[in-house]
Design a protein around this ligand. Structure first.
Ligand SMILES: Nc1nc2c(c(=O)[nH]1)N[C@H]1C(S)=C(S)[C@@H](COP(=O)(O)OP(=O)(O)OC[C@H]3O[C@@H](n4cnc5c(=O)[nH]c(N)nc54)[C@H](O)[C@@H]3O)O[C@H]1N2
Ligand SMILES: Nc1nc2c(c(=O)[nH]1)N[C@H]1C(S)=C(S)[C@@H](COP(=O)(O)OP(=O)(O)OC[C@H]3O[C@@H](n4cnc5c(=O)[nH]c(N)nc54)[C@H](O)[C@@H]3O)O[C@H]1N2
Ligand code: SF4
Ligand SMILES: [Mo]
Length: 696
């Protein structure tokens, strides 16, 4: 290696340090890392350059070493005595209390009155096995409804894949709607692929009401009217259909409902001229984009959260995948890749004879959302407060802070306060934890083991080896679940001498063994294109469903339609509120990091220069943003790169309960957001919000 000042410094830092493979868990894309420790301290972390993420690493990950020693972290289990009053207890007392409460609730209400909510942690699987297979509740859920629920259901029902990834690098035309790849940096390794494509001359079209970091780098920015993408996309389909720009042999062989879909867009009159009136994007632009997309190979259209944040986002997202299908490019170079998963197995197996019988349907089904990929969490308060569709009495929260991340905060807090029993497993005293009967400190990703699926293109498993002893009395969730299981008579199923024992069970079908993974940090397979040619698509018909069988089976329209979103600005509330995130923070997990807080100490609401001038608002002024639900004060950021009539809020700051340095910095917008749930997916419409603003 040629030594530069930087490498000399690095070499000095890692001299005599021990390296363990790790995983960055600051954002959902979990880059594999190499963690160097010396004397119980993290001295250096770098991205794992041999994994398919090629060493990707961002500032949030870089700054995360602070976590290992953050004095604001939870240190021991605690029992709530009253508002802001907690008593330290032992782990044994905590497990005894949980076991007693779970026993009482099961006897009085049945096991389904207990639900477990988690976000993004594969180790939650231990809780899944215990709760669903031993205790007997079907209510084990992630937090997708707060996230990409619409995209997920759209991809699943159209393409038969829950999480397509992107081969940006090989694409020649990329159109992104409601996805800020270079801002809220959805997987850094993919962002790099996108930048690579741009340097090769790929055309990038960004459709977004805000000039995002991605739009700034794009060939073209289309500042669409919020919540109207469905119309734009259907009109693109109309052009492709009427001008026969589709790949007919592909559509005939590999899609279901092709003729039906073609007739549908024509009969419904989804023309570019019609869409112009809805979206404010010129008809000529829509036609041109359709022709460019269909005429360039390879080309890709994609979305993430931006479309799903509206009540009409599910059908818009379906059309995104249908367009990729019409041009015959799905799962090919430069398009969406229907990623193959690494063959990982459960860490714990419950013998059939000991498996609990599940008596009631899971909550999402009982709530009337049979297709929802995850619980419509905005409706959970109905179950707790009103017993609808059936009573829920106890909740576990792991790695999730819905008291801050869900809309309608008031109702969520009311729900938390009405529970018979609640447990938060977190690294900090989150707003949710502060309301729970029991708060349990989890070991951070520097202190726990984990085997998970990577989100990179090939099938890939990544391993996290504990680099440090747990912080104070913190424990990984697998140890927490084991403690509960032991108290409830299932200890024999959750028995291991070391984490390696269960990790070996997880990787038993992987082509690499645990010892190899401990050296390399990952196992990676090949990226294979066009896998459907062997076995079709994982949909009911085995084809890409332009007309969805699953939708039809449940009485929904099999074909995507355009409807206006539910909440539209009016004379009293003339602005549309939309959400996005900071490059340098992730959701609610990084604000207490001193390095990141120094970069972005406060969040803000962006508004258009002309709107601001009219209202006498200058950049940096405090403004009040008011919806029919309530109001909050926030800093204004004035810039031309926001569509007039739109207020774009950066999510994540505005903590209240935390004792950390982030307390009181910035503003929390969710209390003014109302409950808006997509009627099919159960996803949350964060952007279904009209507001008025004034300078304060
Ligand atoms: N740095 C950073 N990275 C993150 C996160 C983070 O907080 N910070 N969060 C992680 C998580 S959990 C997720 S889910 C992903 C989210 O990744 P993205 O989905 O890319 O994140 P958002 O910033 O919510 O992007 C939504 C975009 O939709 C736009 N938008 C709003 N309304 C409309 C509309 O009507 N039409 C169109 N076309 N666009 C619209 C917004 O302006 C915004 O640019 O990022 C992940 N990565
Ligand atoms: N207004 C608005 N609201 C939003 C969004 C938005 O754009 N605007 N974005 C939405 C999106 S995309 C998402 S995904 C949701 C996410 O919302 P949540 O599911 O609430 O997840 P996070 O915001 O990531 O908060 C994670 C919690 O996990 C804790 N934590 C961090 N690391 C660990 C760990 O290792 N172990 C444990 N046990 N806990 C840990 C943190 O302290 C924090 O309390 O928020 C949604 N809410
Ligand atoms: S992109 Fe996400 S996972 Fe990767 S280093 Fe940054 S915060 Fe960590
Ligand atoms: Mo998310």
């Amino acid at each position: 290696m040629r030594e530069t000042a930087g490498t000399t410094e690095t070499l000095a830092r890692i001299r005599d340090a021990e390296m363990t493979p790790g995983i960055c868990y600051v954002c959902p894309w979990t880059c594999p890392t190499e963690v160097f420790t010396r004397g119980g301290d993290v001295v250096y972390v770098r991205g794992n350059t041999r994994a398919s993420t090629r060493g990707s690493r961002c500032v949030k990950g870089e700054a995360s070493h602070v976590l290992a020693k953050d004095p604001n972290r939870l240190k021991h289990p605690m029992k709530r005595l009253g508002p802001n009053e907690f008593q330290r207890i032992t782990w044994d007392e905590a497990f005894t209390l949980i076991a007693r409460k779970l026993g009482e609730i099961k006897a009085a209400w049945g096991p389904e009155a207990v639900a477990y909510l988690w976000h993004l942690d594969p180790n939650s699987v231990f809780a899944q096995v215990f709760l669903t297979e031993c205790y007997g509740t079907p209510n084990y859920y992630g937090h997708t409804s707060a996230c990409e629920q619409d995209r997920r259901l759209a991809a699943l029902t159209v393409l038969g894949h829950v999480f397509p990834v992107h081969d940006y690098e090989h694409s020649k035309f990329i159109m992104l709607l409601g996805i800020n790849m270079l801002g809220a940096n959805q997987s850094l390794f993919e962002s790099r692929g996108l930048l690579q494509a741009l340097s090769q001359g790929t055309r990038l079209v960004v459709v977004d009401p805000a000039l995002t970091a991605t739009a700034e780098k794009a060939s073209e920015w289309v500042p669409i009217a919020p919540g109207t993408d469905g119309a734009l996309l259907l009109a693109m389909a109309h052009t492709i259909v009427t001008e026969k720009l589709y790949d007919e042999p592909f559509c005939r062989q590999w899609t279901h409902g092709f003729d039906e879909f073609c007739r549908h867009v024509v009969e419904r009159g989804y023309t570019a001229d019609w869409a112009q009136g809805v979206t404010s994007v010129e008809a000529a632009t829509i036609r041109r984009l359709a022709r460019e997309f269909a005429g360039t190979k390879p080309a890709m259209i994609e979305t993430f959260k931006g479309l799903g944040n509206y009540s009409n986002g599910l059908d818009a997202s379906r059309v995104v995948y249908i367009l990729n299908a019409l041009t015959g490019q799905v799962d090919g170079p430069g398009n969406l890749i229907l990623k193959e998963w690494a063959p990982l197995q459960p860490p714990v197996t419950v013998p059939e004879a000991r498996k609990a019988k599940i008596g009631k349907p899971p909550l999402h089904v009982a709530m009337g959302y049979p297709l929802a990929p995850d619980l419509p969490t905005q409706l959970l308060p109905d179950a707790v407060l009103e017993g609808k569709p059936y009573p829920v009495k106890a909740l576990f929260f792991q790695c999730t802070n819905p008291a801050m991340s869900e809309p309608n905060t008031e109702r969520y807090l009311a729900m938390l306060r009405a529970l018979d029993f609640s447990v938060a497993i977190d690294t900090y005293m989150s707003e949710t934890a502060a309301e729970c009967h029991l708060v349990l400190p989890e070991a951070s990703f520097y202190e726990r083991a984990e085997v998970r699926q990577s989100l990179a293109m090939p099938p890939e498993a990544i391993l996290c080896v504990p680099a440090l002893a747990p912080y104070h009395e913190a424990r990984p969730v697998y140890e927490i679940v084991r403690g509960i299981a032991e108290k409830m008579g299932y200890g024999d199923l959750f028995r291991w001498d070391s984490w390696e024992e269960w990790a070996r069970r997880i990787v038993r079908d992987l082509p690499a063994d645990l010892e190899t993974l401990k050296r390399t940090g990952f196992w990676s397979g090949e990226v294979r294109y066009h896998k459907y040619r062997e076995g079709g698509f994982a949909t009911p018909t085995g084809k890409i469903e332009l007309a969805s069988e699953s939708f039809a089976k449940h009485g929904y329209n099999a074909l995507p339609e355009y409807r206006d979103r539910k909440v539209l600005p009016d004379a009293a509330y003339p602005f549309q509120l939309i959400n996005t995130k900071f490059e340098t923070h992730c959701n609610l997990t990084t604000q207490n990091n001193p390095i990141l807080l120094r970069i972005r100490g406060e969040n803000w609401a962006e508004l258009n220069t002309e709107d601001a001038r009219r209202l006498g608002i200058a950049d940096g002024d405090r403004i009040e943003v008011e919806s029919p639900r309530g109001k909050v004060g926030i800093q204004a950021k004035v810039r031309p790169g926001v569509r007039p009539g739109v207020v774009c809020v950066r999510h994540g700051h505005g903590f209240g309960h935390w004792q950390g340095i982030a307390k009181g910095r910035g503003s929390h917008i969710n209390p003014i957001l109302d409950t808006n749930v997509n009627p099919i997916s159960g996803g949350i419409g964060y952007n279904e919000c009209k507001v008025r603003i004034r300078k304060v």
